[in-house]
Structures are given as structure tokens and as C-alpha cells.
Write a protein that binds this ligand. Structure first.
Ligand code: GN1
Ligand code: MG
Length: 376
């Protein structure tokens, strides 16, 4: 999948958007899709902005059903935002229909495009720089989960089957080690051993789902900090974006993945591991924000597992990065040959610290629940 767009005119025309293209800017936020901000001057000279995004169809193999999910979920969210007296154009995504009525356009090269509303007066953040910022992200994700609480789960397809099934993620990882397609296994024996030693962790949530102890909910499943848009003025998280993996899942996937990415003192691909630490301060801020919105809707078991979910989602992501490194970098976008290995190392460093600090993390959850009057 090329990172460039050479046919913006063709794509916009397919959506019936006419006018002069003033600017096309690539937004480098994700590891999977290609996203561009496009500014068009319409007939009356007014500047209009759109977000056009190429879906990675080697990752998302059923793009049409994915778009059905997305249309259903965004229509539902818009109604919820309206009900709450919010601004639908800024607080929810909208996939414009193309001229043929479909919510996507397949271009002449077979690339799969969507066109979304551009959220004005808002920005994304790549790193947690203060507890306050992370608390705001947490509130946005907590609210998102609550807004979708009554969304009919049966109507959603799994856009990536077994996405957070850690048992199957572990099996994929083991296969990547055994196949060693890239021939790189000898460069990462320590990391491989780290993951293999944690096989037992991988079945904890799967078992709790099977026994009926953890409820499936409609979840986002990719709750990275940069999947929230923050209002330029208030700094509040106003809209959750990147809805391609919204499907049945665990609240713990969303909580844990946010912690994985945000409760770290360094970037996901920091090379200097001395800079990478699991921050209890950030963890507390996220727990406060998330539980203040979603706490009362969670079961006791979910609350009990929150601290552990951070570790498990971080382990899962580290295994995915390492697996991709061993498979020859075929899934995540990379900028240099060891990029996935570097990412894996930050994740495993965090896992190690999360394990060491598990008791303290658990205590924070209890304190936050007490503070908010949430039963645990
Ligand atoms: C990918 O596309 P992006 O960057 O939002 C990935 C997530 C990983 C994340 C790691 C569909 O998310 O699962 O946690 O990278 N998305 C998919 O940074 O695989
Ligand atoms: Mg994203």
C-alpha cells in the first residue's frame, strides 16, 4: 500500500465534491491505513475540509461489511450526541456516501477509500504529556463505551477475527517464531523467550469470557491516545475516531490498550529503554477519567481485572510487533528494518514494570473506586 495519493481529484469527484484542491496533507497517525486531510475551495470560494482515508484491505479483509459496521455505529452515535445536546459534526464521525450511494469508493487501482467529515477546531495528540490530558482521553473513551452500551451487538461483524483473542495471538506468535520467515529469530532470542514465558497470561481473559464471567460489549478495540480528537480550546476529548475495529469485545481491551500506549513515559518506538517506564501517575489519571464515565456500568469482575488488562494488552501488542518483525514486517508500517523490534522492546519493558507494580496498580483502582463511590 503506497503512502501517497495521486488521484485525490478522482476520489473527490466520486463523492460529488467539486472545486479546486487547495491542500492535501498526509496525517501520519496510524500504523495501518493512509489518511489525508484535503482542503477544497468550492464554487462560492468557501474552503471545505474533508478527511479521506484509504483502508488497508490486506489487514481488513472484508471492507464492505466493515463499512456496514461503521455506518451503523456512526449513525447511532450521532443520535446519542444529538440526544445529549452535542454538536454532531464535531463529536461524531460521518462517512459521506459516494455518488453511487455507497459509503466508499474503489479507485481504478483497486484502492478502497472513505471520505469523512473533518473535525474542526480539534487536534490529536501523539503522547501523554500530562495526567490531565490522559484523564480527558479516558473520559472520551469511557463516554464512547457508554454511548454504545445498547447498540445491538448481533449487527456487528468481526472486522478482524480474534483481534484481541490473546490465545490465538500467542499461537500466531509461536508460528512466527517457528517459521522464522525473515530469518531474524537469532536477533531477538531474549524477546522471544520473554513472550513464550507468558503463555499462561494469554488465556486469562479468554477463559473468563468462556465461563461467562466477563461480558462482551461493543468496544472500540484500538484505544490509542491518537484516536481521540481534543478540542483546541477546552482540551476536552470530543470525538473518538478510527472506528474500523468497533466490534464485540471486552471493556478491558479498551482500558488496557489505552494504558499500554498512554501510561508510558516514552513513545511506543523509543529506542532508549532507560526512558521507557510505566507511569502510575498516568495510570491513576486514566482510571479516574474512565471510571468517572463508565465505572457504574462495569461489573465487579471487570473492575477487578482493570489493572491486569494493561499488562495483558501490552504483552499482546509486544507479541504482535515481534511476530511482525519475524514475519518480515508485513503488517505494521515500519520506517526502518528494526522498527517492529524496537516497538516490541518498549512494550516488554512496560510489561515487566507493570508486573512489578501490579499490587500498587490494583490499589490505585480500589482508591479511585472509593473516591468515586463505585462498588468493587
Ligand atoms: C494499529 O492503526 P493504528 O495505529 O491506530 C493496530 C492496533 C495496535 C496499534 C499499535 C487494525 O493501530 O491494533 O494496537 O497499531 N491496528 C490494527 O500502535 O491492527
Ligand atoms: Mg489509529
Amino acid at each position: 500500500m503506497d503512502d501517497i495519493i495521486t488521484n485525490a481529484g478522482e476520489i473527490l469527484a466520486a463523492y460529488g465534491i467539486t472545486g479546486e484542491i487547495e491542500e492535501i496533507k498526509r496525517i501520519c497517525d496510524g500504523h495501518i491505513n493512509n489518511t489525508f486531510k484535503v482542503e477544497v475551495k468550492d464554487g462560492s470560494g468557501k474552503l471545505r475540509r474533508y478527511l479521506i482515508q484509504e483502508l488497508n484491505t490486506s489487514v481488513f479483509k472484508d471492507p464492505v461489511n466493515l463499512m456496514n459496521n461503521l455506518i451503523g455505529v456512526t449513525a447511532y452515535l450521532r443520535k446519542e450526541v444529538e440526544k445529549n445536546g452535542g454538536d454532531v459534526d464535531r463529536e461524531s464521525l460521518y462517512a459521506y456516501p459516494a455518488k453511487d450511494g455507497k459509503p466508499y469508493y474503489i479507485d481504478n487501482d483497486g484502492r478502497f477509500w472513505r471520505c469523512f467529515n473533518y473535525i474542526y477546531g480539534a487536534h490529536s495528540e501523539q503522547r501523554v504529556t500530562s495526567p490531565e490530558l490522559f484523564r480527558k482521553a479516558a473520559k472520551a473513551f469511557g463516554k464512547f463505551q457508554c454511548m454504545l452500551a445498547d447498540y445491538p451487538m448481533e449487527g456487528l461483524v468481526e472486522t478482524i477475527p480474534n483481534f484481541h483473542n490473546t490465545v490465538s495471538r500467542f499461537a500466531d506468535f509461536k508460528a512466527a517464531v517457528e517459521n522464522n520467515i525473515s530469518g531474524r529469530a537469532d536477533t531477538c532470542r531474549e524477546e522471544i523467550a520473554f513472550a513464550l514465558a507468558r503463555e499462561k497470561d494469554c488465556s486469562v481473559f479468554v477463559d473468563l469470557i468462556e465461563s461467562g464471567d466477563l461480558p462482551l460489549r461493543v468496544t472500540h478495540n484500538d484505544t490509542k491516545l491518537n484516536n481521540v480528537m481534543f478540542d483546541d480550546e477546552t482540551g476536552d476529548g470530543i470525538c473518538v475516531i478510527d472506528l474500523d475495529t468497533v466490534m464485540p469485545g471486552l471493556s478491558l481491551y479498551d482500558f488496557g490498550d489505552s494504558i499500554r500506549y498512554g501510561a508510558s513515559t516514552a513513545a511506543e518506538d523509543e529506542k532508549d529503554l532507560d526512558k521507557v517506564h510505566f507511569s502510575l501517575e498516568y495510570f491513576r489519571a486514566y482510571a479516574e477519567g474512565y471510571l468517572s464515565e463508565a465505572g457504574s456500568s462495569l461489573t465487579k469482575k471487570e473492575i477487578e481485572c482493570l489493572a491486569y488488562s494493561g499488562k495483558l494488552m501490552t504483552l499482546e501488542c509486544g507479541m504482535r510487533f515481534l511476530g511482525d518483525y519475524l514475519n518480515g514486517d508485513v503488517y505494521f508500517k515500519t520506517e526502518y528494518p528494526k522498527h517492529n523490534l524496537v516497538r516490541c522492546r518498549t512494550q516488554f519493558k512496560l510489561v515487566k514494570e507493570m508486573e512489578e507494580k501490579m499490587a500498587e496498580t490494583q490499589k490505585i483502582i480500589e482508591e479511585v473506586c472509593d473516591k468515586l463511590g463505585i462498588e468493587k
